[in-house]
Design a protein around this ligand. Structure first.
Ligand code: RB5
Length: 141
């Protein structure tokens, strides 16, 4: 599986921590930056990750900013993107099973490395349930 990964400066540190976690899961990472902790604008990175997902170049995307809020607002403005901001594993699992979330947003200043890895592991390994959930997603398009 290929995942587009991006952050702003507020998510940079957690993004770097998540790279080995994703590699352990066998994920192929398309990294869009940012590349250090200099101040940048989160919509730019949301745009890059969402483009990879929308074109099908990547199956899923992960976006990290300080709170995850800016990234989730930005990502959900893109058509066909269903971005879920998650702070624990249960909502991460449900965002895949029920919402077919194709972008995961995390808050680098909100959750620690262990929780972040648990969320990512759960999110990547959970499949969409389809059925009545697909009908509800169709109502959103
Ligand atoms: C950057 O300071 C911060 O505002 C950003 O990372 C994010 O938390 C926005 O929602």
């Amino acid at each position: 599986m290929k995942i587009a990964l991006g952050s702003d400066h507020g998510g940079f540190e957690l993004k770097q921590i998540l790279i080995p976690c994703l590699q352990e899961l066998g994920v192929d990472i398309e990294s869009v930056g940012c590349h250090d902790s200099s101040s940048v604008d989160y919509p730019d990175f949301a745009e890059k990750v969402c483009s990879f997902v929308r074109t099908g170049a990547c199956e899923l995307g992960i976006l990290i900013c300080g709170t995850g809020i800016g990234m989730s607002i930005a990502a959900n403005r893109h058509r066909e993107i269903r971005a879920a901001l998650c702070h624990e594993a249960f909502t991460a699992r449900m965002s895949r099973e029920h919402n077919n979330a194709n972008v995961l947003c995390l808050g680098g200043r909100v959750i620690g490395p262990e929780m972040a890895c648990e969320i990512v592991r759960t999110w990547v390994q959970t499949e969409f349930s389809g059925g009545r959930h697909q009908r509800r997603l169709d109502m959103l398009s």
